[in-house]
Design a protein around this ligand. Structure first.
Ligand SMILES: *[C@@H]1O[C@H](CO)[C@@H](O)[C@H](O)[C@H]1NC(C)=O
Ligand SMILES: *[C@@H]1O[C@H](CO)[C@@H](O)[C@H](O)[C@H]1NC(C)=O
Ligand SMILES: *[C@@H]1O[C@H](CO)[C@@H](O)[C@H](O)[C@H]1NC(C)=O
Ligand SMILES: *[C@@H]1O[C@H](CO)[C@@H](O)[C@H](O)[C@H]1NC(C)=O
Ligand SMILES: *[C@@H]1O[C@H](CO)[C@@H](O)[C@H](O)[C@H]1NC(C)=O
Ligand SMILES: *[C@@H]1O[C@H](CO)[C@@H](O)[C@H](O)[C@H]1NC(C)=O
Length: 446
């Protein structure tokens, strides 16, 4: 089944506007690091340095799995944002990059999936009524942390949970509950403790301390690190400390085994500057989680194509001009079907029309023995920011001798995926509401 059919199948269902989060502003905790910023590694899940690394997977398996995760994640994003009833296997395992942080005093290491598509950070805590296996990774022991406390049901943080608020216990402990499309879930206490990013302690951060978690979570990670734009994301909780700024530089281990790691920066370290930086307004919608921008046109060499969407569909979704989400956890880039037809037509005009089918039947625009020098420059024209993406991000060799376009069609809102963002420093500024891009060799970036 190709992307279009699969995604349409998942998404062409009644759109409901009732699925709106109720956010009421967030907490304002945050520590005071001595230096105005901090940085940690961002490890691609298929890197030998990743706990999720599976040495038996070859390139085509890695790509096939990434493809399926992209479809699942795109469906999850659409479902959370707009659609109430998709019956599909929306896996709980989302995100493609791992980062290590510490929680508590003394800190316990959490190997978390860095997720720009969710807000609440959570990790498994002892005692566990029900926990998924997490290999050799330690569980958080809230009782052993001198700084841990739970949030009351009257707290601002509890209120900010909105639909993710599960219950209030007899002891007045605020309980969170997150549900994933495939039936996976995590329930627990809304806790508050010191986070450690790099060696920087960040006090009073609210997170989910999971005491009851089950489903398709991956054994090798102990939680999710929420980097979305909602009130409970660490980006918003640490807003004063990091001035609402984070940036990342992504390295992929999808097509080639590589020990190179990317970086994620916060605060002063996250400033993207220099003469080759371009910036576009960051747009918000409901839920506040997603980082939207406006894509106006795409240039394929000298051919300038206006970006097209199904405006009826976008209106139903409650979207105005914002039409595409920047996400680090989706591998492929997803654009509206209306526009994808124009894009592939333009590429055929420049590269040639001798496309071949993808042997695995997933991608729908592939060439045999593609010489990348034949691929025209692809520039995405966001409002005020023309971003040229490296050719090797646009076509990847999915099997020996077959290279496919990493930009695939779907119904609804678009997603700029992580493959396209490789070797760009991408900065988010939630105070000045802008997203910046700078071409960067992420392997040699600190
Ligand atoms: C965490 O707890 C501290 C101390 O009670 C509180 O000041 C802070 O606001 C809490 N953090 C959040 C994000 O609510
Ligand atoms: C969901 O997963 C089940 C079991 O893995 C599989 O048989 C089924 O085809 C999947 N459904 C979709 C829509 O992908
Ligand atoms: C902490 O310890 C107390 C007493 O030992 C116990 O009653 C409580 O359930 C523990 N709570 C957690 C969250 O571990
Ligand atoms: C946990 O999930 C697995 C499948 O994902 C299921 O087989 C098992 O029964 C579940 N356990 C509990 C206690 O719900
Ligand atoms: C990559 O990392 C793995 C695991 O740490 C190590 O065994 C391997 O030697 C490294 N490879 C290179 C080229 O550094
Ligand atoms: C555009 O979206 C609307 C609303 O979902 C749908 O009814 C219509 O068929 C779509 N148009 C096209 C050309 O796909």
């Amino acid at each position: 089944m190709n992307t279009l059919t699969l995604l349409s199948l998942l998404i062409t269902v009644s759109v409901s506007l009732s699925n709106v989060d109720h956010c009421h502003g967030g907490g304002d905790g945050g520590g005071h690091p001595s230096d105005g910023g901090f940085t940690v590694d961002l490890i691609h899940r298929d890197s030998p340095l990743s706990p999720l690394y599976n040495p038996t997977y070859g390139r085509s398996e890695r790509i096939q799995n990434a493809f399926l995760r992209s479809v699942s994640r795109a469906s999850r994003i659409l479902k959370r944002a707009y659609v109430s009833a998709i019956d599909a296997n929306i896996s709980a395992i989302t995100g493609e990059y791992i980062m290590r942080i510490g929680i508590g005093n003394p800190p316990v290491e959490v190997v978390g999936i860095a997720d720009t598509g969710s807000d609440i950070t959570w990790a498994q805590c002892q005692p566990c009524k029900n926990c998924y296996k997490q290999g050799a990774l330690p569980f958080l022991k809230p009782n052993a942390s001198s700084t841990y406390h739970v949030e009351s049901c009257q707290s601002k943080a509890c209120e900010a949970l909105g639909n993710d608020r599960l219950a209030c216990s007899a002891e007045n402990v605020c309980k969170y509950g997150l549900r994933y499309g495939d039936g996976s879930y995590t329930n627990g206490d809304l806790g508050n403790d010191t986070f450690w990013i790099g060696s920087t302690p960040l006090k009073n951060v609210v997170f989910g301390c999971g005491h009851d978690t089950n489903g398709t979570f991956t054994e090798e990670a102990s939680g999710i690190i929420g980097l979305g734009g909602g009130p409970l994301s660490i980006i918003n909780q640490l807003k004063d400390t990091i001035q609402g700024k984070f940036s990342y530089c992504l390295v992929s281990a999808l097509t080639k085994r590589s020990n190179a790691t990317g970086k994620i920066h916060f605060g002063d370290h996250a400033v993207v500057s220099g003469p080759d930086v371009v910036s576009t307004p960051l747009k918000r919608n409901i839920p506040a989680t997603y980082y939207y921008v406006v894509l106006e046109h795409v240039s394929v060499g000298k051919i300038k194509l206006p970006y097209k969407v199904n405006t009826t569909f976008m209106k139903k979704m409650g979207l105005d001009t914002e039409n595409i989400i920047i996400d680090s956890g989706t591998t492929l880039t997803i654009v509206a079907q209306e526009f994808h037809d124009d894009l592939t037509a333009a590429l055929s005009r420049v590269i040639g029309d001798e496309t071949v089918p993808d042997p695995q039947g997933m991608f729908d625009f592939c060439y045999k023995d593609l010489d990348l020098s034949r691929v025209p420059t692809i520039t995405f024209g966001f409002t005020g920011a023309d971003v040229e993406f490296p050719r090797e991000n646009v076509f990847i060799e999915v099997q020996k001798g077959v290279s496919c376009l990493t930009i695939v069609p779907s119904v609804g809102v678009g997603i700029i995926g992580n493959l396209l963002q490789q070797n760009l420093l991408v900065g988010f500024d939630l105070v000045n509401n802008k997203v910046s891009f700078r071409p960067t060799d992420c392997r040699n970036h600190n």
